[in-house]
Design a protein around this ligand. Sequence first.
Ligand SMILES: Nc1ncnc2c1ncn2[C@@H]1O[C@H](COP(=O)(O)OP(=O)(O)OP(=O)(O)O)[C@@H](O)[C@H]1O
Ligand SMILES: [Mg+2]
Length: 256
Amino acid sequence: MSALLEVSELDKRFGGLRACDRASFEVEQGQIAGMIGPNGAGKTTAFNCVAGFLKPDGGRVRFDGQDVTGFPPHRMFSNGLVRTFQIPQELDTMTVLENLMLAGERQSGEEVWRNWLLPWRVREEEQRLEARAHQVLELTQLGHQAYIRAGALSGGQRKLLELARALMAEPKMILLDEPGAGVNPALVRLLSEHIRELSEQLGLTFLIIEHNLDFVRQLCEPVIVMGQGRVLAVGGAEEVLTDPEVQAAYLSGQRT
Ligand SMILES: Nc1ncnc2c1ncn2[C@@H]1O[C@H](COP(=O)(O)OP(=O)(O)OP(=O)(O)O)[C@@H](O)[C@H]1O
Ligand SMILES: [Mg+2]
């Protein structure tokens, strides 16, 4: 069986800098894969190439049996692959429920003029989005916060809302870029429990960039290590962390 996500020989240059340099990796259906590596290793760039926010200069991305190289984000979204984003400040005044509905609407790539010509479609679409939003609230245990403004959420609930917004797509795979950054250890644990539950209940596949190695050790298998745009190692957390090439990359003067 082929992997759900297959990235081969991915290249991305910014001017003379090779942010991704023939990076290849795979994630199988149902895995919670981790991606680690020193600052500037090309992790976020690889994510953005996969999710359609950057166009790769070379290489292929296959998702769910289809070549999706260079697809824009809304096509990746409708194919079932999404990445999370921090909630922009302008959405703080909207409720949690409204935030979810907007996430479903914005990313689905719906053509606005069609809705304008067919007003009953707008109503149907709104009902569908609201039903989905309630399911997602249930899944993420944010139901009690449905009518609270996003700006009033605690740090951990805000992280959950980021995840919930991605779930609006009914995705097969979610990419998380440093979900634990700036979150206290108890909330990191809670978030990782949610991720594990979503993976077990829905068969969701995750790829998670994280600098917190305890989080990666507890949650992720396999772990993909990047350094200077390349994939240096792939394997179990302990195995890759003792790999001499990986240790050298972390010790090469870059912060972790
Ligand atoms: N839009 C851009 N324009 C120019 N250079 C960029 C751009 N995005 C990233 N880079 C550069 O590409 C390299 C890889 O960056 P990237 O953000 O992918 O690293 P990362 O592994 O996510 O690092 P971190 O752990 O610090 O988030 C870095 O040298 C970075 O400065
Ligand atoms: Mg990054």
